[in-house]
Ligand binder design. Structure first.
Ligand code: ATP
Length: 352
């Protein structure tokens, strides 16, 4: 069983910087978990601790039933794929794929069989006798993936493996990694700062900020039920709109306007209203934010995005592609009933 478990894990770098704080995370056998967050949030440190490339300051990490705190990286039965490929430049693709198996004294015939199968799986059979410098970025990343697969590890770790690829190739490789997970069914842990990558790949997403897990949930739950303002703002593009105001007897007042939210469950006081761009409708019967002039209209093809200013802050709403609206046109954005969220107007930003 390749479950992975972090129990009360902390990481303090020499010098005292706390990169990961009180991490508790249980990953199921065969699960695809994505760690996501802004630069410096501690996601790579978390992955590197699991790989054994970074010591943990306190707590416990288990792979399966085995406590691995003191286990050497090479003995953890994991394979890691990095952003910079980390291929051996002087070896051919075939030799790169075979290297790990050779080190483990795998019989020659088995090396040949597994190398061949892996190359087939990744569509790189024709490249087996080339050197890394004779490959494109996408092909190199495929070889790096192959080097991980060929070892048949218990757990795959990915550290921003697609960051060096261009946008089109990134989307293609993303789908390939998802397909690979379906085929192999192996536990995969994937680090990225890209929320789209996280949403499309992860069965479960762990959002980190400041070394602390902000929320761990399935993609849609994260999107619809964000635990706090950070998660709400991080997941979704364009991001959720936030409006600061005051809640009183179920009415939300801001900038001299008032919205009947009919929210009796939330305590009166200052709060932040969060609304996703697609939950602002150009028409309908929901409460309106009041008239606003469009500043920018972005045509996306299947829809367009309209930007306007509310209480001094830029907000976005989705418009029909053929709405025919241009900057300067007035809109009256309405809330989709029940589709807004309220957050505490304090450092916690927790959902109210
Ligand atoms: P990025 O996406 O930029 O790689 P990250 O979320 O992966 O960010 P980490 O690499 O885990 O972040 O780093 C977390 C924090 O720990 C950062 O503030 C970083 O500066 C700090 N840090 C990382 N490595 C060390 C180190 N060897 N010594 C001291 N501080 C470190």
């Amino acid at each position: 069983m390749a479950t992975v478990s972090f129990q009360q894990v902390n990481k303090q770098y020499p010098g005292g910087f706390q990169a990961v704080r009180d991490l508790n995370l249980e990953i199921a056998d065969g699960e695809f978990v994505v760690l996501v967050g802004p630069s410096g949030c501690g996601k790579s440190t978390t992955l590197r601790m699991l790989a054994g490339l970074e010591e943990i300051t306190s707590g416990e990490i288990r792979i399966g039933a085995r406590r691995v705190n003191e286990v050497e990286p090479g003995q953890r039965d994991i394979a890691m794929v990095f952003q910079n490929y980390a291929l051996y430049p002087h070896m051919t693709v075939r030799q790169n794929l075979a290297f790990g198996l050779k080190m483990r004294r795998t019989p020659k015939a088995e090396i040949a069989r597994r190398t061949g199968e892996t190359a087939e799986t990744l569509g790189i059979t024709a490249l087996l006798d080339r050197k890394p410098r004779e490959l494109s970025g996408g092909q190199r990343q495929r070889v790096a993936l192959g080097r991980a697969i060929v070892r048949q590890p218990q757990v795959f770790l990915f550290d921003e493996p697609l960051s060096n690829l261009d946008a089109k190739l990134r989307v293609q490789m993303r789908a390939e990694i998802a397909a690979l997970h379906q085929r192999l069914g192996t536990t995969m842990i994937y680090v990225t700062h890209d929320q789209v990558e996280a949403m499309t790949l992860g069965q479960r997403i762990v959002v980190m900020d400041g070394g602390v897990v902000q929320q761990a949930a399935a993609p849609l739950e994260l999107y619809r039920q964000p635990a706090n303002r950070f998660v709400a703002g991080f997941i979704g593009s364009p991001p959720m709109n936030f409006i600061r105001g005051t809640l009183s007897a179920g009415r939300f007042a801001f900038d001299g306007r008032e919205l009947p939210l009919n929210d009796a469950a939330t305590d009166d006081g200052s709060a932040i209203l969060g609304i996703r761009p697609e939950d602002l409708l150009a028409e309908g019967s929901g409460p309106t934010l009041g008239p606003a002039a469009l500043e920018v209209v972005e045509q996306m093809g299947h829809e367009s995005l309209g930007y306007f200013r509310l209480a001094g802050q830029r907000c976005a709403m989705r418009l029909a592609a053929d709405a025919g609206l241009t900057p300067g046109d007035m809109v009256e954005p309405r809330l989709r009933p029940g589709a807004w969220r309220l957050f505490a107007d304090d450092a916690s930003g927790k959902r109210l």
